[in-house]
Design a protein. Sequence first.
Length: 305
Amino acid sequence: LKDDTGVADVTRRMAQELIVNDKVTALAGFGLTPLALATAPLATQAKTPMVVMAAATSIITERSPFIVRTSQVVPQIAAPFGTWVAQQGMKRVVTMVSDFGPGHDVESSFSETFKAAGGQVENMRMPLQSPDFSPFLQRAADAKPDAILIFVPSGQGSTFMKQFVERGLDKSGIRLIGTGDVTDDDLLPNMGDAALGLVTAQHYSAAHDSPENKAFVEAFKKANNGMRPNFMAVGGYDGIHALYEGLKKTNGQGGEALVEAMKGLSWMSPRGPMSIDPATRDIIQNVYIRRVERKDGELYNVEFV
């Protein structure tokens, strides 16, 4: 287990050490897109399977035939959301996205389907590192849209919500919508009542109503001092599942055989039914529309579509 500190050069160096010195059967993790892209050439050169458990930009699996993804693909989430938002009668939306690969994917895929359904969109991009959302929120408020669509990396949602409330936008009549990263399950309980009613699209919620998820949440909380799992947790859990089932099929053999064994795998995840597309090595999964509601005294993303 290595901490790459979220820096692509560090990720690449650590991956090289794991491949050359430790002779690992597979690499797994990759919290951000640049980290996965920096490692992809090494996976190809060494023929080492690489399971992407978090990074979500659409191009990732195209960068190496040894990449298998168990997290999400941003257009999977944002494109159907654009259609659904238009169907709710919203005509004008401002998108506010962090300025890196997944943010660009959210912006383009949401805008395309929303405009195709008759909507109007204004796009804004915000710095990825240490962003001050205030000036962008002011610009969005001045545009007087029906809704603001927000995408920020996991962990920045609480800061955004705080500044949204500080500027009085929670009482402005402008609806706040987003991808699920903004109401990340492990942070949502501390966001306060300002998050109530916020509608997001995502592939996992700790409130997902299934036996598999109830067992997962209970075990995760027990192992993590009461913290509930988020979409990063389920991406890791399913990534290990894919590796485990693949290695069973190959009797422990790695390389191309392991990648082939993971292609086409399907199972019932805590997020719902999912599989690995044999053609793209990317994930096939359900996308849910959720609303932040109070449940058993805590805030949860409650799926309703």
